[in-house]
Design a protein around this ligand. Sequence first.
Ligand code: DGT
Ligand code: MG
Length: 354
Amino acid sequence: DDRDVDLDPRFLNTSYECLRPTPLKSKFNVKLVELLEVIERARELNDQWRNALSYRRAIAVLKSYPRDIISQKEIKKIRGIGSKIGYQVKSYLRTGTIAEAEHIRQDKRLHTLELFASIYGVGPKTALSWYRKGYRTIEDCKNHPNLTKAQQLGLQLVDDLREKMSREDVEEIYTIIKENIKELDPKCIIQPVGGYRRGKDLNGDLDLLISHPDEERVSSLLNDIITRLTEGGYIKHLLYCARSESRTDSKHGIIDHLEKCFVTFLQPSTQIKRQVDMIVATQSQFASAMVGWTGSRQYERSLRRYAKREKKMVFTSHGLFTNTKPRKLISTSTEREIFDILGVPWLEPEMRNC
Ligand code: DGT
Ligand code: MG
């Protein structure tokens, strides 16, 4: 089929996901996106990050695309779908499926890698190295000689943390935390971010952004919250804590100076321990932290790339800066203001699901 179609310029000229709305679930290209997501995940598990990213970008285009893809000509025109993935899409248009994705779904090795990578503290690299050592079960992993502290915790909590949370689960936990924080200090500001804010039905964790109008109070806030929730019997473990100094995550290119603590929280109704990520920001950091922690990861990537390349600015979760030496903070007080300064269209969180 080589029918031609008129393309919306947003799909012809730009590969920036932050310039177009991407819903959580599109009405269009549903099965195609599912198949490409299977391949994307396989690339991640095989530690092929660049290739996985190509799939992510093609998937993002297809999710935001306003109709079903019908022809090869159309695929060739769309920015963000290269020739290799274009070939997969072509075979999908012909056969209704993608053979490689079907194979991956049956692949026992990938199922094992997925199991290992689902352990807190274990990423694709470690999962691969354990597989190569011959490990095939969680029990095998538990016997690994030099587990990090995070991996020991991850293995201990694997059954709990693998369970996804419904929106009701998230709301139950959010309500408890909010009430406790308000009793601690009624002036605190608490805002759920992450996938929950983007409207996801199934959530791996709850991401909570916390602030206070008094900058002095902000530095001691997280400690007080954790103490209170621990004494209340809710917080069971500290998975990860960072003071408010610089930290770089080379894999995701995330640079973040915010203070944060990732904990396990015992959900009363299910008695399942859930991961809650608490992030603290001052009032002046709050708007950037909202944008930076709402995601999706791909949305954040594209926003940072757009800011740098097109606007000569640096966007981080702790602020928007000029791309000069030294950097100068551009003061912002709302999400909309950040979008306006960057010159990107306002997107509701539900439309940042690329
Ligand atoms: P999930 O897996 O259901 O929790 O899905 P998300 O989308 O909530 O993903 P999550 O919780 O890993 O991260 C939420 C958003 O926060 C994500 O889109 C990017 C951002 N984020 C995650 N980790 C970091 C970090 O260490 N620093 C910064 N600046 N942002 C982060
Ligand atoms: Mg999350």
